[in-house]
Design a protein around this ligand. Sequence first.
Ligand SMILES: [Zn+2]
Length: 78
Amino acid sequence: MVRCPECAVEIDVDEDEVEEGEILNCPECEVEIEVVQIHPVRLNVISDEDDEEETETEAKDEDEVEGDALGEEEDEVE
Ligand SMILES: [Zn+2]
């Protein structure tokens, strides 16, 4: 049993019946969810405004920011 990453509702996914890359729809919030891994099943919400897949924790990590030597794409909006 896995949970929707978006609304945490339980989704009945049989890891023997899904394939990597398969797109599911959450029955609760109707978000599109991609199966990114099986055994165990791992899901990734597909969002229009969120493309990042492996940078989830990177966004707000100030420890890694070292001055302006690297032109990182950061938008500071006040
Ligand atoms: Zn959901």
